[in-house]
Design a protein around this ligand. Structure first.
Ligand SMILES: *Cc1c(COP(=O)(O)O)cnc(C)c1O
Length: 376
């Protein structure tokens, strides 16, 4: 079968290999069979390895859903009675976590800071000092909305010094840049199969400390379908997901992890980095400006400022690129008009060079001057 190859420069789902796509085409199986439970057991163990967890101390709990289900699960399940959550918030994804807290009516502090920068650690420490009832500190590792990489190791150390657990959204970084949940002081991290693992949508997972999950059995229950202990306990007792798993996505994720090991973690990190550098080079050549200081960029997402050209129209540029097999994505910064180019997925620097040839044509056909211009 010949599957058209699209280059996705959006922040997930990412471009996948044909072998991962084809891994979904398998004989029908009831996921309650032992054969399927054995597959999930191996998958859970491999996910702990991807996060550099300790196989004794840490476990991976699978959920059917997009990545946001993990945010919901961790926050609603891991807050003891009478305690508070601190959300260290410098972007759209941490804002989503704060929204989850509001929806459940959970006591929390939404500590907002500029989306253009890393959080102020002194301010975080001050909040922790002043609020001894904070039991859970939450932040986003790679803030996908801007491309900022947050200093999780430092925030985690502060959380632990204040007897709080540390939950980090690693959805858009796990498997693409260095991360070690032990060294980075992370008790719970999370991702979905479609991003760093380069598999399909529909499977998400939380990786975290077994003991804390077991303690949380006593915490207030705020959701049924999205309770971490309930899902964990079911896996431990039966080897099964409580309810129907995303069968085909699990097959593709197992294939993706096989390819992850074959490529090698270091080589994969390097490839994403090279793709990212190729994006910067292409942008520089056309005169585009990015909005985040390069020193604090994750190496996975570039937020690009719209040029000040009367002919600039993002949708028209998007459509031209899309028709030629390249997907670019709008920005997620409310105060500045941006679009995003990402280095996720099974792509290489050559793909980025081909993309910039297409982008150049798109600019020319739309009468946009090259290099692009900015008023300031
Ligand atoms: C993609 C992503 C998610 C999950 O988003 P969904 O739309 O539910 O897939 C969560 N956090 C971060 C940082 C992400 O990049």
């Amino acid at each position: 079968m010949n599957i058209k190859r699209n280059i996705l420069l959006n922040p997930g789902p990412a471009t996948t290999t044909d072998t991962v796509k084809m891994a979904q085409v398998v004989p029908d199986i009831c996921p309650r069979e032992k054969e399927f439970a054995d597959m999930m057991k191996g998958l859970r163990e491999d996910l702990v390895k991807v996060a550099h967890g300790d196989p004794q101390r840490h476990t991976a709990v699978l959920f059917t859903g997009s990545g946001t289900i993990n945010i919901d699960v961790c926050l609603n399940s891991l807050l003891p009675e009478g305690k508070k959550i601190l959300v260290v918030n410098n972007g759209a994804y941490s804002s989503r976590a704060a929204e989850v807290c509001r929806y459940y009516g959970m006591p929390h502090i939404d500590q907002k800071s500029s989306v253009f920068d890393v959080p102020d650690l002194t301010a975080v420490e001050k909040t922790l000092d002043e609020n001894p009832d904070i039991a859970l500190v939450y932040t986003t590792h790679h803030e996908t909305g801007t491309g900022v990489l947050n200093p999780i190791r430092e925030i985690g150390a502060m959380a632990h010094a204040h007897n709080a657990i540390f939950v980090v959204d690693t959805t858009s970084s796990l498997g693409m840049i260095p991360f070690d949940m032990v060294k980075d002081n992370v008790d719970f991290c999370m991702a979905s199969a479609q991003k760093g693992l380069m598999a399909m949508t529909g499977l998400s997972f939380v990786i975290g400390d077994r003991k804390i999950i077991e303690q949380s059995a006593e915490y207030p229950k705020r959701s049924y379908y999205c309770n971490l202990f309930l899902q964990y306990d079911y896996f431990e007792k039966t080897g099964q997901m409580h309810f129907t798993p995303p069968v085909q996505t699990i097959y593709s994720t197992i294939q993706a992890l096989k390819e992850y090991r074959e490529e090698g973690e270091e080589a994969k990190f390097r490839r994403h980095r090279e793709v990212f550098e190729a994006i910067h080079e292409g942008l520089d050549e056309l005169g585009f400006k990015d909005v985040i200081r390069r020193e604090i960029q994750s190496g996975l997402v570039v937020s690009v400022k719209y040029p000040d050209d009367k002919n600039w129209d993002f949708d028209r540029i998007h459509d031209y690129c899309y028709d030629n097999g390249f997907t670019i994505y709008p920005g997620k910064i409310s105060t500045t008009d941006t679009f995003r180019l990402c280095s996720l997925g099974a792509i290489v620097p050559e793909d980025i060079k081909a993309f910039f040839r297409t982008l150049r044509k798109a600019l020319e056909e739309n009468g946009i001057s090259i290099p692009v211009t900015y008023n300031r």
